[in-house]
Design a protein around this ligand. Sequence first.
Ligand SMILES: Cc1cc2nc3c(=O)[nH]c(=O)nc-3n(C[C@H](O)[C@H](O)[C@H](O)COP(=O)(O)O)c2cc1C
Length: 188
Amino acid sequence: MKKVAMSAKVPQYPMATVLVGSHVNGKPNFITIAWFTMVNFKPPLVAVVMNKKHYTNKGIKENNTFSINFPSGEMVEATDYCSTISGYDADKSKLFDTFYGTLKSAPMIKQCPLTLECKLVETLTFATHEIFIGEIVEAFTEERYLTHELPDIKKMNPIIYTAYDNDYWQLGEKIGRARHIGRRIKKN
Ligand SMILES: Cc1cc2nc3c(=O)[nH]c(=O)nc-3n(C[C@H](O)[C@H](O)[C@H](O)COP(=O)(O)O)c2cc1C
């Protein structure tokens, strides 16, 4: 089949959408982001990639803490709202009910099925963006989102984002078990 060149910019594959929280001038602020990833198991490190201009960055630098909140599909409006306006122009602190862990300055969203409380360990600076690498101090969920004590993704109902068409999606069906289904292919 002939391949089509799409330019270096376009193909950002589907990504989970999260809300990163920080305390700016003593108040919670939340930004919608899709650029985040795990970077290490032990200690458990995560990275969030954020444009230098964003208000949330100020709070991360002020306190050396931030939160990562995984909204469910039912929260799509409020999640998108956080992308439509900056904390420089609007107070987003009352949009969600918040709670705190031991770090005290990483505001977490009660309505989110899963939240991570993070301590900043490193900041990488690029032309337009900064990468904040944080150590996960604690992860919070509720019994109702678990099955056999493990996160149940059907119950958590994460929001998936595709940048090329600018749409939000929900997950479809499970298609296989990782590190198992591939074993059906026998080595010659
Ligand atoms: C689905 C979606 C994903 C986004 N992902 C990112 C991202 O990964 N990094 C980033 O810097 N901005 C991202 N943005 C843009 C910010 O959410 C937006 O500029 C926000 O208003 C900044 O808020 P703040 O200034 O209060 O921090 C995204 C926007 C949308 C709609």
